[in-house]
Design a protein around this ligand. Structure first.
Ligand code: MG
Length: 401
């Protein structure tokens, strides 16, 4: 038997090239020059992920056989006894994705070939159009259509709809306020306007960002049914998922859910009762490629498609991992895309590119992406206290962001 290649060192690289604080894991092996990269980005609590890696998971990982990804993942998940949280799952994902990258480099195959090979040449993506008014949203949709995008998410005033007529009590603290009832009224009008302006053929999406009372979310899903969305995203909070049964019984609006999910406890009900049409977990948040692959196959049996979370707080390495899953999965639905600026492409050579609404891989082995560590060091993470997640109802009380 040949001597196994082992994990010799693990580096945690943090950088903030474009708004979000990113955590990248670099697994260095006993084979000279052979390393892999993984995404461990939990941007709001990045220091906690760094500590989980450096103090706990890296000592656990050192010396292990890089070939045994499944065994590593299963053991890492239970090694802390308490499991399934965003900090620990992201830490595990960093090493898990890096091990897939290494396995691909050893096999001289892209990761999509390790997973079972391509089902498609490229992944169709959706991007986000925002605006302060229905007219401005429409203008931005048309701009993206000219760039070749055929799937466009429409928001107005970010996620909250920036309530215009809200009356706050005296002494209400600062924060990102929104009024859920006004949101429903204004968003419906915005979507009707955009659909009227751009026609039936462009695919429109919308994200509620779990900001409504469950019964209002059910009503909203019914109200937007005539707009024929490609999907309505995060209509309910993870705590309220049983309400998807009521939503399904009331309308045929296509639903997507999952970016806040941590564990199979949360997506089991939605898959087995086909209460969603698309699962859109944040792949590093669920623990990496290993659980995403298993969940995609499980969902496929129930007719549920994938739509992995792909905002700016998924690192370029995480986006590469998403794309390999997309190219392989029989039940790929759509990929969210955040349009990285040019200097991020310099920092992450091999970062996938969009052409005419499709995200294309390169044919390099592994995840096909690298990091320029010197350039990454020029954009250190800032320790700021996040404001947009300090969200409030009109009376000033805390709300979900
Ligand atoms: Mg979302």
């Amino acid at each position: 038997m040949t001597k196994p290649i082992t994990i010799q060192d693990v580096k945690v690289i943090t950088t903030q090239p474009a708004g979000s604080r990113l955590v990248i894991v670099k697994v260095i092996t006993s084979e000279p020059g052979l390393y892999g990269l993984g995404c461990a980005t939990f941007t709001q609590r990045w220091n906690a992920v760094v500590a989980a890696l450096e103090k706990h998971l890296i000592p656990f990982a050192l010396g292990r056989d890089v070939a045994r990804i499944e065994e590593f993942w299963q053991m890492a998940m239970v090694h802390s006894y308490w499991r399934n949280g965003p900090v620990l799952n992201n830490a595990i994902s960093g090493i898990d994705q890096a091990l897939w990258d290494i396995k691909g480099k050893l096999a001289n195959m892209p990761v999509y070939d390790l997973l079972g090979g391509k089902s498609r040449e490229a992944a169709a993506v959706y991007t986000h159009a925002d605006g302060r008014s229905p007219e401005e949203v429409t203008d931005n949709v048309k701009r993206f259509m000219e760039e070749g995008y055929r799937f466009i998410r429409i928001q107005m005033g970010g996620y909250g709809g920036r309530a215009q007529t809200m009356v706050k009590p005296e002494g209400a603290p600062d924060g990102a306020y929104y009024d859920p009832r006004e949101y429903c009224r204004r968003m419906l009008k915005m979507m009707e306007h955009v659909r009227g302006e751009v026609g039936e053929e462009i695919e429109l999406l919308h994200d509620i960002h779990e900001r409504l009372q469950p019964i209002d979310a059910v009503r909203f899903a019914k109200d937007v049914e005539p707009i024929n969305l490609f999907f309505l995203e995060d209509a309910l909070a993870p705590e309220d998922i049983a309400w998807f049964r009521d939503m399904r019984a009331q309308c045929a609006t296509r639903l997507a859910m999952g970016e806040l999910f941590n564990s199979p406890h949360e997506w089991k009900l939605l898959i087995e009762e086909h209460l969603t049409d698309f699962l859109r977990m944040h792949v590093s948040q669920m623990g990496g490629i290993t659980p995403a692959r298993a969940t995609a196959l499980w969902a496929n049996v129930y007719g549920v498609k994938t739509a992995w979370h792909g905002p700016g707080d998924t690192s370029p390495v995480g986006h590469a991992a998403n794309l390999h899953l997309d190219l392989w999965a029989p039940n790929f639905g759509i990929q969210e895309w955040c349009r990285f600026p040019e200097h991020v492409y310099e920092m992450f050579p091999g970062l996938p590119e969009v052409r005419n609404g499709y995200l294309y891989p390169n044919d390099k082995p592994g995840l096909g992406i690298d990091i320029d560590e010197d350039l990454a060091a020029k954009y250190p993470c800032e320790d700021t206290i996040e404001r947009w997640t300090q969200t409030r109802w009109p009376d000033g009380s805390p709300a979900r962001p």
